[in-house]
Design a protein around this ligand. Sequence first.
Ligand code: SF4
Length: 330
Amino acid sequence: MTQPILDVKHLKTYFFTDDGEIPAVDDVSFSISEGEVLGIVGESGCGKSVTALSTMKLVPYPPGKIVGGEILFKGKDLVPYSEAQMRKIRGNEIGMIFQEPMTSLNPVFTIGRQVSEAIRIHKKVSKEKAREMAIDMIKQVGIARAEEIVDEYPHRLSGGMRQRVMIAMAMSCEPDLLIADEPTTALDVTIQAQILDLMKKLNKEHGTAIMMITHDLGVVAETCDRVIVMYSGKIVEEGDVRSILKNPQHPYTKGLLESLPKVHQQEERLYSIPGNVPKPGSIKGGCSFAPRCKYAFDDCFKESPELVEITPGHTARCLLYTVEGGAEVG
Ligand code: SF4
């Protein structure tokens, strides 16, 4: 097992609102090894994006704040780091890609200027050299006519091209870790597949570890080595991708998989898990998934489940595996 590049321990990120404290990330621990692709999956509101923002120390304060835990990046805890220290790490050792590239690109500057400025913030090179490097990077992300594209403005590019440019910017500083938050959600299916292929290629060629935040288990199946499933601010299942997709243990993961379209599906309507994700912390005592769980039994409304190892390397947070007789109910 290679050294973890990122080791998050007991992370707690709370939002302090007029309605009270919301534990958006509630005691979450995970690690990512060099060159590994880790998927963090769940419906919106499950805490996956706040986990990613916390890792980069980008949770808006107020109302959000990291209130506990450690974020060990290459062995150093980022939690006490100042904004100035974090700025040196973000976009340099940790690259970021978000869902909507248009909001991350500046509409008034050319693509070339934006990519070369990203390079020059982190590398001491001349403007001319940075432009050359930018063209090279834009070619590497599969954009034809890179020499012409550098002089274009973002609005002249398609959504898929803009996302490639964002990847070029993120990769231009050769980050050790790339955090991608729903990087393909806004794109159509064909472009989505191309972007995922590109990310896999960069992962293999540069050994960049990737944290892939997504609601889409199809994206997970395509790209990830290991998966964390989050629900209501907590990890409810973790394991390697094959084991999670072939043999899910938590009722929530089973529900997510059941809601995927099947190749020969006859029915018109897709299955969806009944109800909505509760606000983290709103369900006191008991399993937060209980109101939506078709396997729920009495204890589920009273006892909070812990993460337990089901098979080596595969854990789930469910009383079916810990309460005597629970497995028979399931
Ligand atoms: Fe369902 Fe109970 Fe397991 Fe929660 S603990 S997921 S309610 S069976």
